[in-house]
Design a binder for this molecule. Structure first.
Ligand SMILES: [Zn+2]
Length: 468
């Protein structure tokens, strides 16, 4: 299987290591996650689900950023402890994952559960001359000591220099692009706190460590966590494209400088934006649809279909129309499955499923091209529809099984709805009327069925009832 590696700018073979170690940047838990965030998580869930279906073992690790400026701000606004905010939204994050059928992550690792690992890594960076201290501010990474800074995002040293990270605006830094590894407390730590290992002062959670009281910067938790579970080098790192710089660039600088080994990861996979109107969906701009709001309107199947019908690297322009179209496509598949359930013919199979399976796998093995894989399913539906009079029951059974299984990889369920007895009776009465050529009356019954949310379709193989 080949995957586009952001670092090399080329499609590369998946590493041969088994199990494959995959790390994806998890959420900062301070608010409801939006469908732009969910796009990344669902994309990687699909990816892992596919790899596992091919017999490839994957060890999938995700971090939870549960200490951050945004969490502290939220806690102060709501007059609750930052840990309470983080705990609440972490729980909500897992609930949302469940609603979206995301279940492939093996291990979630909280930043605050890895303070000793974070400290150890910063100490190594200090020893090796990559980090320096600014009084009253914290420890910073000196990007001028890491010559390859910018290699992932393809920024030159000057461009990297000009960009300030979202959280590190310190005025006394050696280089503008230097980022915080450890942040000293904003307020004075009273003497009575000195015997303690943890405190919350003016809403800021701080730890008592060999580097002094403080809390970690944003980037260091990821490398401390991945080093603990995967070692200094691993296979795949994933995340949304906007994390490429400075976040992932900082991870490379931290871990490669600390261990002296490179590359930190073999393949960097980045998911495209989910755009809302002209802009990227983001909480800070206020332009976003939360996962919960989306699910009030549409199903998880619809969301998962939208994600699968786009290449993971391409932007998605989110509109209600997109969700409506996805719903229609799912319904058309269900309609097809309902229809071929009526096939009774025996004889030699007419459809070569193996041919479709080959194209399906070829599509996904080529940089996980899910839209192309979906089109293979529609090719199969088209062939079956064209041959509807000649296909056999065996064809129908294997096509149904195949389609459900393949869509199941993307966790799009195409279960045929249970039709209530009342509707089935109406359809039966309609049929009798039609048999007696009482078409005006039978049409009234059709309208009645439609008013109850179902529709009748008279196919060449017989009548089917569908949810409308
Ligand atoms: Zn991260």
């Amino acid at each position: 299987m080949k995957i586009f590696n952001t670092l090399s700018g080329q499609k590369e073979n998946l590493p041969e290591n088994r199990p494959l170690r995959l790390f994806v940047c998890g959420p900062t838990v301070y608010n409801y996650a939006h469908i732009g965030n969910a796009r990344t998580y669902v994309s990687f869930d699909n990816f892992v689900s596919y790899l596992r279906s091919r017999g490839i073992k994957v060890s999938y690790l995700q971090n939870i950023t549960d200490v951050d400026d945004k969490i502290i701000k939220r806690g102060l606004e709501e007059s609750v402890s930052p840990m309470e905010i983080a705990g609440k939204y972490e729980k909500i994050y897992h609930e949302d994952e469940k609603s979206l059928k995301i279940d492939s992550v093996n291990k979630y690792a909280r930043a605050t559960d890895h303070i000793p690992e974070i400290i150890k890594q910063i100490q190594i960076l200090i020893e090796k001359g990559h980090a320096y201290k600014i009084e009253n501010e914290g420890y910073y990474y000196d990007i001028s000591t890491f010559k390859e800074y910018g290699k992932l995002s393809k920024r030159t040293a000057e461009q990297a220099e000009d960009a300030t990270s979202r959280i590190d605006e310190g005025v006394n830094k050696k280089n503008k692009g230097d980022f915080a590894l450890w942040k000293f407390p904003k307020s004075e730590v009273g003497g009575n706190k000195n015997g303690k290992s943890f405190a919350i002062i003016n809403g800021e959670p701080i730890w008592n460590t060999p580097l002094g009281w403080g809390r970690p910067g944003w980037h260091i938790e990821d490398t401390a966590i991945t080093e603990k579970y995967f070692g200094p080098q691993y296979d795949i790192h994933g995340g949304a494209v906007d994390l490429k710089f400075p976040h992932h660039e900082a991870e490379i600088a931290q871990q490669e400088a600390a261990s002296g080994k490179k590359p930190l990861v073999k393949i960097w996979m980045h998911t495209g934006f989910l755009l809302f109107g002209e802009e990227k969906m983001s909480k800070s701009s206020g332009k976003f649809v939360s996962i919960r709001d989306f699910l009030k309107m549409y199903s998880a199947d619809i969301f998962r279909y939208i994600i699968a019908s786009h290449n993971y690297r391409s932007p998605i322009n989110y509109t209600d129309q997109l969700a409506i179209e996805a719903g229609k496509n799912i319904n058309s598949i269900i309609e097809f499955l309902t229809k071929i359930s009526l096939v009774k013919k025996s004889g030699t199979p007419q459809i070569d499923i193996a041919k479709y399976e080959k194209s399906f796998i070829d599509s996904l093995d080529d940089d996980f091209n899910t839209p192309k894989a979906l089109s293979v399913i529609f090719d199969l539906i088209n062939e079956a529809n064209l041959k509807i009079q000649s296909i056999t029951k065996k064809d129908a059974v294997s096509a149904k099984k195949y389609i459900a299984e393949k869509l199941g990889l993307f966790k799009v369920s195409v279960k045929m709805p249970r039709i209530p007895l009342k509707i089935r009776l109406l359809a039966w009465r309609r049929k009798l009327l039609r048999n007696n050529k009482q078409f005006a009356k039978s049409d009234l019954l059709r309208k009645k069925i439609e008013a109850l949310g179902y529709k009748i379709d008279d196919t060449p193989l017989g009548t089917i009832i569908l949810k409308s």
